[in-house]
Structure formats: structure tokens, C-alpha cells
Write a protein that binds this ligand. Structure first.
Ligand code: IMP
Length: 189
């Protein structure tokens, strides 16, 4: 079967194999750290961390008995730059009081989204609160959100695929890719 690269994709930054190796590495580290605190609750951040949360949960040893919940936030709207204002679109379905909570996020860029989530969930009295991020873009940090587990350090560019979108497109790609500059041409400064 030949695979066709969709229009607008300039280059693959991390292929499916590199992503799955990063997920396996993260799962190994998480399994070691939570060995004495089983029943970790993975809180996936929609929509970007949809596939990452699913793959991470399946890579964890069954003995860890991970639970899964999701919440949804937005800060990007339809643009490739953050609006700087994070909004909660959908809350979790269960209480986290007294639980070991691991926020599972697709990417940390300026840090506002993760910091907002750490504040929000921290106020709900979890037994512990850590963060696991697939991609780190450390170039434009505005707040120092603490990341406990980092998968891959990403080049300073807007990435799509493996859950990450541009205007709701490209989420389904099995790899992480860079977009061609013309894709952003309609954006206003
Ligand atoms: P931050 O608040 O700037 O740290 O960005 C975190 C959120 O912005 C992520 O959850 C993504 O939804 C989105 N985001 C940041 N960089 C990218 C990117 O390169 N591609 C797609 N989404 C991104």
C-alpha cells in the first residue's frame, strides 16, 4: 500500500516508529514512578492528546491499573499562534480528590495551557499531580509550567498529526509533521 502525503505537509519530523518509541520510554518511566501508587488517573487534554493518551494507557503495565478521563481546553482558536487566553470547554467526568493524577498533554509551547490545568486541577485536592507531555517546544515559554515527563523535543515550528491539528485538519496523520508556509497565508497578524 502506498501512502500519500496530504497537501500542505512539508516534512515529517517524527514518524510513527519514533513516536511509539517515545511513548514506550514515557510509559516505562511512569510505571517505575507509580509502582507504589497504582491506580493513576490519566487526564488526557482534548483534542490534541487523544491518540497520545490512548497509546500511553496501552503502553503502561496492567498492574498500574490506569484510569482514563478527558477534559477539553482551547487557546488557539483557528490560528497557529496562541491567543494567550485558555478556556475550559469540557470538564472531566469524575472527581480527582485524593487521586494520583497525571495530566497527559500533546505539546507545551508558551506553557499557559499546562499552567492553567495545573492550577485548575491542583485546587481540587488530588493526592498527587504530575504532567506528561509528548512534545516540548521550549522556545517561547511565558510561564514555567512544570513538566515531569517529556517525550520529544520539537523544532521551533508549528506541527500537526498524531492528534495535533491546524484548523481541525491533519489530526489523523500517524506521524508528526511540519506544514508548508503557504498554509498559514490567510492568517492576520
Ligand atoms: P501553550 O499554551 O502555548 O503551551 O500550548 C499548548 C496548546 O497549544 C497545545 O495543547 C496545543 O493544542 C496547542 N499547540 C501549541 N503548539 C502547537 C503546534 O505546533 N501544533 C498544534 N497545536 C499546538
Amino acid at each position: 500500500m502506498t501512502s500519500v502525503t496530504p497537501e500542505g505537509i512539508e516534512a515529517i519530523l517524527f514518524d510513527a516508529d519514533e513516536i511509539s518509541k517515545a511513548v514506550a520510554r514515557l510509559a516505562g518511566a511512569i510505571a517505575r514512578d507509580y509502582a507504589t501508587d497504582p491506580s493513576v488517573l490519566l487526564v488526557g487534554v482534548l483534542k490534541g492528546a487523544l491518540f497520545f493518551t490512548a497509546d500511553l494507557a496501552r503502553a503502561l503495565p496492567p498492574s498500574l491499573d490506569p484510569r482514563i478521563d478527558f477534559l477539553a481546553v482551547t487557546s488557539y482558536g483557528n490560528a497557529s499562534r496562541s491567543s494567550g487566553e485558555v478556556r475550559l470547554l469540557k470538564d472531566m467526568s469524575e472527581s480527582i480528590e485524593g487521586k494520583h493524577v497525571l495530566i497527559v498533554e500533546d505539546i507545551v509551547d508558551n506553557g499557559l495551557t499546562l499552567s492553567y490545568l495545573q492550577d485548575l486541577l491542583g485546587r481540587r485536592h488530588p493526592a498527587s499531580l504530575r504532567s506528561c507531555v509528548l512534545l516540548d517546544k521550549p522556545y517561547r515559554r511565558r510561564v514555567d509550567a512544570k513538566v515531569d515527563y517529556t517525550g520529544l523535543v520539537c523544532p521551533d515550528t508549528f506541527v500537526v498529526g498524531y492528534g495535533l491539528d491546524y484548523q481541525e485538519k491533519y489530526r489523523n496523520l500517524p506521524y508528526l509533521a511540519k506544514l508548508e508556509p503557504w498554509v498559514f497565508a490567510g492568517e492576520v497578524e
